[in-house]
Design a protein. Sequence first.
Length: 114
Amino acid sequence: MKLIIKLIITTVLIVVLSHFLPGINVNSIQTALVVAVVLGLLNVFVKPVLVLLTIPATVLTLGLFLFVINAVIILLAGHFVGGFYVSGFWSALFFSIILSVLQSILNKIFVEEN
């Protein structure tokens, strides 16, 4: 149940943010749902590899390089999902930061932790 709630939260945030952030476009709610699933899969399978490969950069930047990795994940999702368009790195970076912050807040509110 927690996974479904998190998926709904992410889907809604993707739709809302695409209306407010320039450079981010989502064709439909269904596309946003697919993007949410793809982001989840990329975060599970690709992100750990990227984090491992970029440990020196992450240490040197005191963890700030993780934002770059998140932006790359967003760009990959834009590449894989038709109907989800990200105009460039900076759009992906801002989108990923705002999405992460809002996900954290809404997950704290709506997802019950045991």
